[in-house]
Write a protein that binds this ligand. Structure first.
Ligand code: IPD
Length: 284
């Protein structure tokens, strides 16, 4: 599914679970509260960032602060909205009966957190009946909060976001990221090497949530990454789409079905065609 500013009219209408704009607005307000609150937990734990263990591979890190942040998020959701489902990166999964599901990443960019590189974020998204309708991404270091609700635009504080400038591919600064599995990284690296001479430059910032917010706010012209998990991109994808960007998978697929690719409307078609030619979605 293509996801861009044009879908806004559809989502302003009540969805299957009879959600209203007011419901979506309430979810949006709570998403911001959750992201800011968990960011405070992360800020307070910054001196414990070195206590790491690994997950899928030896380089896929988790700290006790990731776990504390997720616990805080899940507890708050349980208190305030006991019937909602939750899916969290660190195993916080809970079924629900309300039709609302929260996708939370307690620290997106854990490696940056461990190293003290100020590019990591708490990412919170709310879905109604499988469609993301509200999102907030908070960087605990800068205090920036990116937010969006479906149909109401994307915001950084009081500033409305309008996506990146209109530049041709050869002038575009493109963000990307790499998974933790070595063989996948090898294939992703080859795609990046072929892309590099065709664009102005590449950035590997280290937080998919912030990458997508960077496209929303024009700090990056475009972004792609294969193999992301839902909690990495759910919030950032809505924020980029609500800023007027095109957020998609490739070859007609939904964002997250293999790859997430995002860019401003002026660049999107050329960028996605190029990614398809390079097989950016064939690295998994
Ligand atoms: C990671 C970051 C990174 C991306 C990886 C993700 P984590 O999330 O978003 O930028 O390249 O694919 O797994 O592990 O720090 O939550």
């Amino acid at each position: 599914m293509w996801c861009d500013g044009r879908v806004n009219e559809d989502v302003a209408r009540p969805a299957a679970g009879a959600s209203t704009t007011a419901d979506v607005g309430r979810l949006g307000g709570f998403a911001v509260e959750l992201a800011e609150g968990a960011a405070e937990v992360v800020r307070r734990g910054a001196d414990r960032a070195l206590a790491t263990t690994s997950k899928s591979t030896s380089t896929d890190l988790v700290t006790e602060v990731d776990r504390a942040s997720e616990r805080w998020l899940v507890d708050r959701i349980r208190e305030r909205r006991p019937d909602d489902a939750v899916l969290g990166e660190e195993g916080g999964e809970r079924p629900g009966s309300s039709g609302v599901r929260w996708l939370v990443d307690p620290i997106d960019g854990t490696v940056n957190f461990v190293l003290g590189i100020p590019a990591y974020a708490v990412s919170v998204a709310a879905e109604i009946d499988g469609e993301v309708v509200a999102a907030a991404v908070c960087n605990p270091v800068t205090g920036e909060v990116f937010r969006a609700t479906r149909g109401s635009g994307a915001w950084l504080g009081e500033q409305r976001l309008h996506g990146p400038r209109a530049v041709p591919l050869e002038r575009a600064v493109v963000g990307t990221g790499f998974g933790y599995d070595r063989e996948r990284r090898d294939r992703q690296g080859r795609v990046a090497a072929r892309l590099l001479p065709l664009v102005a430059d590449l950035r590997r910032i280290g937080s998919a949530a912030l990458d997508l917010c960077a496209v929303a706010s024009g700090r990056l012209d475009a972004y792609f990454e294969a193999g992301l998990n839902e909690w990495d991109y759910a919030a950032g994808a809505l924020i980029a789409a609500e800023a007027g960007c095109v957020v998609t998978g490739l070859r007609g697929r939904r964002p997250g079905d293999g790859i997430v690719a995002a860019g401003g409307p002026a660049l999107a078609r050329d960028f996605f065609d190029l990614l398809e030619r390079l097989g950016a979605d064939e690295v998994l």
